[in-house]
Write a protein that binds this ligand. Sequence first.
Ligand code: ATP
Ligand code: MG
Length: 469
Amino acid sequence: MPDTPTPPAAEPAPQPWLEELPPRQIVAELDRYIVGQAAAKKAIAIAIRNRWRRTQAPEAIRDEITPSNIILIGPTGVGKTEIARRLARLAGAPFLKIEASKFTEVGYVGRDVESIVRDLVDAGISLVRTEREDEVWPQAEQKALERLLELLLPPLERNAEGEPVEPEDAALAERRARSREKLRAQVLDGKLDDKEVEVDLSPPSYPDPDAWRPPEAPENPDFSIGEWIRDAMPRKGKRRLVKVPEARRLLEDEELRRLVDMDDVITEALDRVENHGIVFLDEIDKIAGERNPTGPDVSRQGVQRDLLPIVEGSTVQTRYGYVRTDHVLFVAAGAFHLAKPNDLIPELQGRFPIRVELESLTEADFVRILTEPENALTKQYQALVAAEKVELRFTEDAIAELARTAWQANDRMENIGARRLHTVMAALMEELLFELPDGRTGTITLDAAQVRSVLASVINDDDLRKYIL
Ligand SMILES: Nc1ncnc2c1ncn2[C@@H]1O[C@H](COP(=O)(O)OP(=O)(O)OP(=O)(O)O)[C@@H](O)[C@H]1O
Ligand SMILES: [Mg+2]
């Protein structure tokens, strides 16, 4: 059984960074998921492209160029968070969403805004680690399967050192190879799913970063997290009796851990946080003191002052090393119903030079949101229903009816923006999702009349409407 870990495959091709695209194309990428809000998309696209532009600038000026931090201003449910979230996903960037108002909670005041950076680093580590694991997954899967087959075959003879030796007799070796292939087919067909097998798991080469907390202050400049982890890990493996599918999974996990170099993951993650990280500071309006005749709101201003160094750029110690926040992009968002961006302290305002207003969504936007984005709600429900071998279709006027219902509900109750579409769709789909599977296959087409009749009971009953929608 080959036991030495093969070195990871050659360097993967660099990520197609979103920031290397022209702003127009970045907007086009966002258009795949978010309807309207052209001004916000434009500002974001410029900010992202500016990161790449900065790296091209002469050394002397490069460090002087600060990120184009943005404040998104707009009512609830119009896409503020969605834009930022999509952006991070498209960019392969470490992303953290945090409510600015969190820092006014008891125990938070004046304390640990640095956790923003630590959490961002954690996000970066898990992002890069997942990428690396995806790259080596086919290898890991293959190696795990071979190890599993070896466990299922009768044990090999051992030499004086206790190592297994392949049989020298050609006929024996041939027979073993044939059984191996037969077992392979059986495992892949799931025929051995109930069989139990004993697996020897070597001690993990690194712990689960989510569960382990290495020292926050590695004093030694040569400190290597990878070595620290190796030294700190238990050296003894574990032997477990498990069913074949579980054994396969455990062996795959182990092979993944062997194939992914954590030192490398950490280096890459820190670089990605410093140069590509995005922090979404939600509810920034909640820490902006209203213009108040009795004087400034001290605790809110306190939070703003706490945030300032992180946004302005400082060096923060994390358990994986020091991280500079100078080029982290901050996108803040808020409804700003009462407070205005100008109510923020001047230093913070200066750090958020770009302000964009998001528009309220119209009924026509609702129609598009229901159908156009790649993850549009109607597509999600179609996928759920397809699992029951039924094709779900919405006529054009059914979609129009849904949009109208959502818009009316927003108008008559509270305006929660596009979030209303989720509740309206859920109400519409409930019966059908409960009835399926009911033996039918083929196509179910929902038209406006059906949408109206399903939703009528909800819409026409004031109390029910408030309750359900
Ligand atoms: N412009 C849009 N295009 C597509 N979907 C949208 C759009 N706006 C909102 N949505 C949908 O509505 C949901 C809520 O939107 P989002 O979380 O972006 O609201 P928000 O503007 O951040 O509101 P809040 O101020 O309450 O945080 C999203 O998950 C998305 O499904
Ligand atoms: Mg939001």
